[in-house]
Design a protein around this ligand. Structure first.
Ligand SMILES: NC(=O)c1ccc[n+]([C@@H]2O[C@H](COP(=O)([O-])OP(=O)(O)OC[C@H]3O[C@@H](n4cnc5c(N)ncnc54)[C@H](O)[C@@H]3O)[C@@H](O)[C@H]2O)c1
Length: 414
């Protein structure tokens, strides 16, 4: 089967490599450097499994049927399925996702291929697929939410928590195409996954073919729940800090309840990354005219948390003449190469707005300046210059200056 993938970011590349184990896959991007790297067998993103797959393909130990291209004709002509994995950034003017790259990719696919089943993997607003099917008079549009974590993008596709594909309940052909796409994803999963035993005692990879609007809602509600969890433990930490209590003791005691569990409970400067901030805001926008308190509370809680963290940092440098705040890494998680919408940037913005000098240590950033603050790759000089070192996640790099470090990474993980 021929499959095209539009967009070779975290989502597009991991889905393309997964499917290229058993299908002919052509992955299209609009950035020539990315296409060149991929065809040279190199990954444009830091991801262990993606690197292993590309290396294995180059050496012949894991042959894949995978080609990256800039040419829409090569990618889309004759494809049975075309997966769209382009960005949907949040547009703060419109208070809605900017879906223009999804529409551009769909237009490019349809120019050369009127019959491919187009599967949108980008995260989109609730109701988008049905609207677009009507607007374009195109019944061959499906939506399949993606649940991967950055840094584990291909791993999460090889070991999926579930596979969800959305197609209208009353369109038998689209339902069959959705079932077919779910089968392709499951066929690409790692050995043993189809017989695995799940926590609830069921076996195999849970496979849901649901309505497209329900599939869109699954994605936004799942991410909003994760954001809620982060915000909850952050707010617990704000309380404990303000009242002089040991956060860790409280969290340990709370999370020993098996209904609460101990994951996703490590305090941070706020939820961040590419998806949670924008997906929570999009879900809130979808609640238009629908009564709610929690969803707006989750969005507001993240803002309040960053305000609190900025104030705490300000307290640490009280009385210091011309203080310098050092930002240790812009990334969200330890081991990540990506700092899109990381919470520390929100904290940094607040500190700078209070007129305080900020210096950034970020080895992956080549520019000498980040939004008006000096960037250094010299860790020792960074440590010397900084009166307080702000780290969303702890790192052994900081052991010798631990007395200067401000972090809420109490469990020293994720
Ligand atoms: N990153 C995640 O953890 C994650 C998880 C689940 C869902 N998503 C969603 O998936 C989508 C993609 O996210 P990502 O992180 O992979 O993005 P990304 O920015 O890493 O990659 C997107 C790629 O699409 C390319 N592109 C842009 N316009 C294009 C076009 N018209 N045709 C072909 N390629 C085009 C870009 O050059 C880029 O390489 C977003 O909607 C995101 O919300 C992301």
């Amino acid at each position: 089967m021929k499959i095209a993938v539009a967009g070779t970011g975290y989502v597009g590349l991991s889905v393309a490599l997964l499917l290229s184990q058993h299908n002919e896959v052509h992955a299209l991007d609009i950035i020539p450097e990315k296409v060149e790297m991929l065809n040279d067998g190199k990954s444009p993103i830091v991801d262990k499994e993606i690197t292993e797959f590309l290396d294995g393909n180059s050496t012949g130990s894991r042959p894949l049927n995978f080609q990256a291209t800039l040419d829409p004709r090569q990618a889309y002509t004759g494809a049975d399925y075309a997966v769209v994995a382009t960005p949907t950034n949040y547009d703060s003017q419109k208070n809605y996702f900017d879906t223009s790259s999804v529409e551009a990719a769909i237009a490019a696919i349809r120019e050369v291929n009127p019959t491919a089943w187009i599967v949108i993997k980008s995260t989109i607003p609730v109701g988008y697929t049905v609207d677009l099917r009507g607007k374009l008079q195109d019944d061959r549009l499906l939506f399949s939410p993606e649940f991967l974590r950055e840094g584990h993008a291909l791993y999460d596709n090889l070991h999926p928590s579930r596979v969800v594909v959305g197609a209208p309940q009353d369109d038998a052909e689209a339902r069959r195409a959705a079932e077919g796409f779910a089968d392709l994803l499951i066929h690409g999963a790692a050995e043993g996954e189809v017989d695995r035993i799940n926590a609830d005692g069921t076996s195999g990879i849970p496979r849901l073919v649901v309505g497209p609007t329900e599939a869109e809602a699954i994605k936004l509600f799942a991410n909003t729940y994760l954001a809620l969890r982060v915000a909850f433990f952050n707010e617990l930490d704000t309380y404990a800090e303000t009242r002089g209590l040991q956060t860790q003791e409280i969290i340990d005691g709370v999370c020993l309840d098996p209904r609460i569990r101990a994951d996703y409970n490590n305090p941070s400067f706020g939820y961040g990354g590419y998806c949670l901030p924008k997906d929570t805001k999009q879900l809130l926008a979808n609640y238009d005219q629908v009564p709610q308190n929690l969803i707006s509370g989750i969005v507001d809680a993240n803002r309040t948390r960053k305000d609190f963290i900025a104030t705490e940092i300000e307290q640490k440098i009280k009385g210091v003449e011309d203080p310098v705040v050092g930002i240790y890494r812009l990334t969200m998680k330890s081991g990540s190469d990506n700092f899109r919408q990381s919470a520390i940037q929100g904290v940094m913005k607040r500190i700078k707005a209070r007129g305080i000098t900020v210096v950034v240590y970020e080895p992956t950033l080549n520019d000498p300046d980040f939004f008006g603050s000096k960037v250094t790759h010299d860790l020792e000089d960074f440590k010397k210059q900084s009166d307080v070192i702000v780290a969303n996640r702890w790192n052994e790099d900081l052991v010798d200056v631990s007395h200067k470090v401000y972090t809420r990474d109490l469990f020293r993980r994720d």
